[in-house]
Structure formats: C-alpha cells, structure tokens
Design a protein around this ligand. Structure first.
Ligand code: 5GP
Length: 312
C-alpha cells in the first residue's frame, strides 16, 4: 500500500493535500508533514495544502491559496479524515484521483487508494512510516519531523492514551533525533490563557458523575460569554477530567451558535459508535458529534450511562 502511494505520487506534477474540518494538530501535522516529505524527495513537484486556516495551528503550517483550475489533473491526498463530509473543501472532487490516509476506525470508503490503519496512534505516525519506506531515518527532514512529532504528541495525549504503542515510542525516538524544539511544540499545544484556566476551574466544579461512572458537564453560550472564552478555546477542557478516580467515560456538551458540540472521552467503554449514532465519530476512547438541542444531549447522556453500566 505504501509503495502504491509513492508510485502514485511519482506520476503527478501537482499534489493537493486535504484534511478534515476543525483540524487538530494531527490533521495539520500529517498534512504538512506529507508535503515536506514529498518536497524533500521530489523537489520538482507542486504540493499545496488545502483547508481553512486555523489560527491556533499556524505554528505548524499555513494553508495555500488554491484555484479550481489547479485541481484539474492534480492528485488529491486526504489525511486523517474518516468521511468525505468532513472534508471542508468539496473541490477535492475536481482532482483526478484521491488517496485516503487515515487512522480512524470508521471505514468510509473513498479514493482509489485507501490506507487506513486504526492501530496507528495518529495519521502523523503513518506519514513517518511512509517516509521510512523512502529513506533511512538518519536522513530525516527536520521540519517534517517537527510536524509529525506535534501530531503524535497531540493525538496520544502526550503518550498517555491507550493508542500509544511500542511503535509510537520507537517512532518518537526517531523523530527527536531531528533538529527542532520540542519545548516550542509543547508550549504551543498546551499553554493556555487566564480566562480558559478560570473557565476550567468552573467546569471542573460543575462536573456531575452518575453512579455508573458516566460523567457530564453542560457549558452554555452564556457561561462562555461570561468567561470571555470561545467554544473552540474551551474544547481542550474535556481532557482535564481524566484524572478522576472511578470515572469511566464522560461527555462535555458545549453550546455553539447553532449546535451543541458533544465531546466524548473514555477510560473504559468504547464510545465511537455512540458518537456515530449522533452523526459524529472518532476513536474508541475519544470521539465527537453535534446535536441540535439540550433534549438531545439527554439522549447522548442516557446512552453513555447505559454503556458505563454494561462496563463494570
Ligand atoms: P474532539 O473532541 O477533540 O474535537 O474530537 C475527538 C475525536 O473525535 C477526534 O479524533 C475527532 O476527529 C473526532 N470527532 C470529533 N467530532 C467529530 C464529528 O463531528 N464527526 C466525526 N466523524 N468525528 C469527530
């Protein structure tokens, strides 16, 4: 599969790399890391990054301006994206051929080549695997290493989540031999602002835990306004609950302009199928969805409660 992808890249002069909406560091890290990889080995090719610019991730890469015409005859590679509905720029359909590279377990079939590996910690880990197919790790591009390291760190929760494998550590070991600042990555990913820190304190004080071990918090638009924090900035707070003893799985409902974002995490039962029932998806231990009313959040919570009851 990796060789097939490399052969396909060799065939095209222009390659456009996409990723999912509301990108996370693994989406941008794998996307921009792949660009570095291609440019390092095939300097004559034009490689462009597609997707809306996300200000918190410009420390990784800037997206390119791409016209419709550029798509004609281009190879399109989509990183870290389980479903085509999650591709924020549907012009990818204008490309001649599409390749999917992803580590999400959801097997939505698209593209003429699909490389899906749910055992990989992150799509960034898969891009490093592709790179090792092409070269010895002693010749690794520094910028590519920085991007892939950021993606792996973020998707494994700093090497804590259960998706962290022996291979993940081996690969991280190869990446840190390159020349980049790990401290800089950690600062960008995890430093926060005083309003977010204050909101975090409030949200933790509001956490409810049911007898089953299911936890939940509702965060309304009014509270976000009161703390002067955007829903995007509040997203990372969901990970703060994990240290609570006895908590099996939890959901953080964050009210946005038109929807209520559902952020699910687990230390026990798999929650990605639950997310799928509410038009979302993700990983067994970290998933997301959107619902349109607080009544619907009750349904999500009831299902989570049932899952926790079945998972002693
Ligand atoms: P987060 O809560 O950090 O936004 O998302 C956690 C995981 O769930 C990520 O892997 C993300 O890609 C996935 N995810 C979040 N929201 C959605 C969604 O609406 N649809 C799908 N398919 N996956 C989602």
């Amino acid at each position: 599969m990796k060789q097939e992808i490399i052969n396909k890249i060799k065939e095209y002069d222009t390659i456009i790399i996409h990723r999912h909406v509301r990108p996370d560091p693994d989406a941008v890290g794998s996307q921009a890391g792949l660009k570095m990889l291609i440019q390092h080995h095939f300097p004559n090719k034009t490689v462009l990054l597609a997707g809306e610019q996300q200000s918190s991730l410009t420390f990784l890469a800037n997206m390119d301006e791409i016209s419709d015409g550029t798509y004609t005859g281009a190879l399109v590679i989509v990183c870290d994206t389980a479903n085509t509905e999650r591709i924020d720029d549907q012009r990818y359909l204008l490309g001649k051929e599409t390749i999917k590279i992803d580590h999400h377990p959801n097997l939505d079939h698209y593209g003429s080549i699909m490389w899906v590996d749910p055992t990989a910690s992150s799509t960034s880990e898969m891009i490093l695997e592709l790179s090792l197919e092409l070269e010895e790790d002693s010749n690794m591009n520094d910028e590519m290493a920085r991007l892939l390291y950021a993606g792996i760190v973020a998707d494994t929760g700093r090497f804590q989540f259960s998706n962290t494998t022996e291979k993940t550590f081996q690969y991280a070991g190869k990446l840190i031999k390159a020349n980049f600042s790990r401290a800089d990555i950690y600062n960008h990913l995890y430093e926060t602002t005083l309003p977010v820190l204050r909101l975090e304190g409030y949200v933790l004080s509001e956490l409810n835990v049911l007898p089953s071990g299911a936890g939940y918090v509702n965060l309304t638009k009014e509270t976000l306004e009161q703390f002067q924090v955007t829903s995007k900035e509040a997203a990372s707070i969901v990970n703060c609950f994990s240290s609570l003893k006895g908590l099996k799985a939890w959901v953080f409902f964050v009210e946005e302009e038109d929807v209520i974002r559902v952020r699910l995490r687990s230390k026990g039962p798999e929650i990605h199928e639950l997310a799928g029932r509410f038009n979302g998806g993700g990983h067994p231990m970290a998933s997301g969805a959107s619902v349109s009313s607080w009544d619907e959040t009750e349904q999500v919570l009831n299902e989570l409660d049932d899952l926790c009851k079945m998972n002693p």
